[in-house]
Design a protein around this ligand. Sequence first.
Ligand code: CTP
Length: 396
Amino acid sequence: MSRVLLGVTGGIAAYKACELVRGLRMRGHEVRVVATPNALRFVSSLTLQTLSGQAVRSELFSLNEESEISHIELADWAEVSVVAPASAGFLARIAHGMADDLLATICLAARAPLIVAPAMNVNMYRHPATQANLDLLGKRGVVIVGPDTGELACGWEGEGRLVEIEKVLGAIEQQLAPGTYRDEVVLVTAGPTVEAVDPVRVLTNRSSGKMGFALAEAAARRGAEVILVAGPVALATPYGVERIDVESAEQMREAALQALDRATIVIMAAAVADYRVATRASQKIKRHQREALTLELVRNPDILAELVEREGRRLVVGFAAETERMLENARDKLARKGCDLMIANDVSRSDAGFDVDRNEVWILGPGHEDVEPVPAASKREVAERILDRIRRVRDA
Ligand code: CTP
């Protein structure tokens, strides 16, 4: 459990801070909220207090609150401070070291890492003053998350939206995570591959990419540089991850090989299509021209086996998606592909594996009896256990 100080400044996006408090609490963190008086015009102190389970502080000089905990104690208490949403006015104040309200004073006094998630009107964001302030803050080591581009509450369209709360959470946890992966470059493949049959039809599989994305996110949170080669999936890029989108197995192979030289750890979570059509039709195959259709399929390259063969000492982890005799097949696959660890999962189940949020896996190491069960849990938690195991192998 970590101690997160959340600053909320005045702006319509202040209501999203409630979701952030909830997200932090659900991840087991302790949260104390400091809201500017303007923020409390947009969102009630009672809401923030109820969600955080702590009194919300706002004024610099309030006798009651001061008797409880001073602004310096609050600054010292925080393991990480995050201001979301951060208004243009707030950014200007901290960029210039002003200590004219409680939040700015705490930011000046705190030694913990500071994250800001700007949210404002597009013209305020683009104004040279705001850009210069952000530049200055970035140079001082403040982590700036966003903003996003899109429709703004003020009616304008453009940059200035608060980033998704998941991204702010990712940035916070990255600051909090012990840097057990700081020296690693982790290459993760995720999702299905899609093999074109003709211009409109494809062959693919049920992989959602969730396990691979959870691994990429967890590795980034632990301080690794992460390259994520992703097949077509409907998932947002985790915070701090470099993403390369691909479609076919051949494209995935190419992208993975290109990133390989940089990688110290490779995790092949992708469900690579084993076959592709021998000749892709250049025009749509017409139904009325044939009664039945036979497609000739040829085998795709085995990316994992090829990565293992390549020069360089790196740890390679494979996934074995099985529907029967899981451990036996996975053990066989580990030997055949020559990787260091094999993660076995039963994809015939409806409550774990493909296309769901939970998973139950077995981590197989080189020894014949080396099987570590990871009980059913969210893919996020399973990802953490897999990374723990990889760390142990690296450190051995
Ligand atoms: N894999 C790969 N390239 C392929 C097929 C699979 O790199 N063309 C990788 C997957 O990313 C996974 C591992 O190999 O990490 C095992 O994938 P899986 O589909 O379970 O095994 P296959 O090699 O396809 O074996 P089989 O079809 O016999 O189960």
